[in-house]
Design a protein around this ligand. Structure first.
Ligand code: AMP
Ligand code: MG
Length: 404
């Protein structure tokens, strides 16, 4: 007997199967898109020193207290401090240092007059405005205090986060990397373009789809685009490739007919085949082959991609340390009535649209429930989720939608 289990159950088992990947240290520049595996402590403050936020003149506020358009204060310019100057010439009372943005504030100065409020002089400068102490000053540690946590583990490293890591002087980070995935399409009927089709053959498309979906998660992928429905051949071609993979994903050969090559080859080899209470994507398998995690997806293209969305994507993301593994979920009103089989979660391909300012969007199906309707999927931007107990959803009903 084939076990029937819930979507949640299979998804939880797939996630547990993949587990969490071993963190590795990578150069900061290669970490964008990955999850940080360790807290990052700042070894320097940001800014590391008090510096000027403007091009202008470092002065003492008391020395320019009386300055105005009509009666400017004139000060001798004692030093020129471009960004990058590493000595610290002190500012003497009654003098100014010409200073550039990012240059260190000289000891003795307490404020900056922006160049626009002066005559820009280099020997002496005429200051046309009084400024309070602390003007245009960026203080040490204002952004990050040395010794504090700059980035916490579990953070998704986007451009700002890798930028911050670089700014606190790190050249590498400990992150979770994506798995290397071996994608295998099975089916004696499969032909890869541009080879011509004979009657009874079809073009192989699942591996292309699955590779695209995996690459979008950052995975490195190797592909075997078609293995014939022969158990010995399947084992002979795939088994030697397992060593280089962290995950094997197969398509096809797992349902109830004859010539179910994946099922026949992997039953008893560590993979369990079951039926998940969903449509499409009922036949699923999961386990380990020679120690390598295996998820076996059904061959119908829509079933394959829906299975990827529901099981593979969240499991792979979780293994990469992501805490958010779900697609964004919204509520939407059905533009037409839908039927769904009792006792199964139905994932219908849909098109979601949302008018700005309105709380609930609208969703309409693209194509029928048939799991071969790939062109309809190609017009969809979401999956409409009809729970197990729902058999009819009338037009106007509010349904859950997963935005792809
Ligand atoms: P299976 O799960 O092997 O019984 O296949 C179910 C259906 O999906 C059949 O109509 C297959 O021809 C089709 N199919 C299986 N694998 C692929 C593939 N890689 N690309 C396109 N169609 C496929
Ligand atoms: Mg097949």
């Amino acid at each position: 007997m084939v076990r029937v289990i819930s979507v949640e159950h299979h998804r939880a088992e797939a996630t547990a199967l993949l587990g969490t990947r071993t963190p590795v240290r990578l150069p900061v520049a290669g970490c964008a898109g990955l999850i940080l595996a360790e807290d990052v402590t700042a070894d320097v403050s940001l800014p590391p020193f008090d510096n000027s936020a403007m091009d202008g003149y470092a002065v003492r506020a008391v020395d320019v207290a009386g300055a105005s358009e009509d009666s400017p204060v004139e000060l001798p310019v004692a030093e020129d401090i471009p960004a990058g100057r590493v000595d610290s010439p002190p500012l003497l009372p009654g003098t100014a240092h010409r200073i550039m943005t990012g240059a260190p504030m000289p000891p003795g100065a307490d404020t900056v007059v922006m160049v626009e409020k002066t005559d820009g002089g280099t020997e002496t400068v005429r200051v046309f405005a009084a400024v309070p102490p602390g003007n245009h000053l960026r203080r040490t540690g204002e952004d990050v205090q040395r010794g504090t946590t700059a980035l916490t583990r579990g953070t998704l490293l986007g451009p700002a986060q890798v930028g911050l890591a670089a700014a606190v002087g790190l050249d590498s980070l400990v992150v979770y990397t994506p798995p290397r995935v071996l994608v295998v399409s099975t089916g004696t009927e499969l032909v890869t373009a541009p080879n011509p089709l004979k009657h009874g053959q079809i073009y192989e498309s699942n591996s292309v789809m699955l590779v695209a979906a995996l690459r979008a998660l950052g995975c490195e992928v190797e592909t075997v685009r078609s293995v014939v429905d022969d158990v010995d051949e399947f084992r002979a071609v795939i088994e030697p490739k397992l060593a280089a993979a962290d995950l094997l994903i197969t398509s096809g050969g797992v349902s109830a007919g004859a010539y179910e090559v994946v099922k026949d080859a992997l039953t008893g080899a560590g993979v369990e085949f079951r039926k998940v209470a969903m449509q499409p994507g009922g036949p699923q398998g999961l386990g380990r082959w020679n120690g390598v995690p295996v998820l076996t997806l059904p061959g119908n293209p829509v079933s394959s991609l829906v299975s990827f969305e529901v099981f593979v994507r969240p499991a792979v993301l979780a293994s990469m340390g992501h805490s958010i593994v779900d697609r964004p979920r919204v509520r939407a009103k059905l533009t037409e009535a839908l039927r769904s089989p009792a006792g199964k979660v139905q994932f219908r391909r849909g098109f979601y649209s949302h008018v700005d300012g309105e709380v609930t969007g609208e969703v309409g199906p693209r194509g029928g429930p048939g799991s071969h309707l790939l062109a309809a999927f190609a017009q969809a931007n979401c999956l409409i989720v009809l729970p197990e107990e729902v058999t009819e959803a009338p037009q106007g009903a509010e349904v859950n939608v997963l935005l792809l």
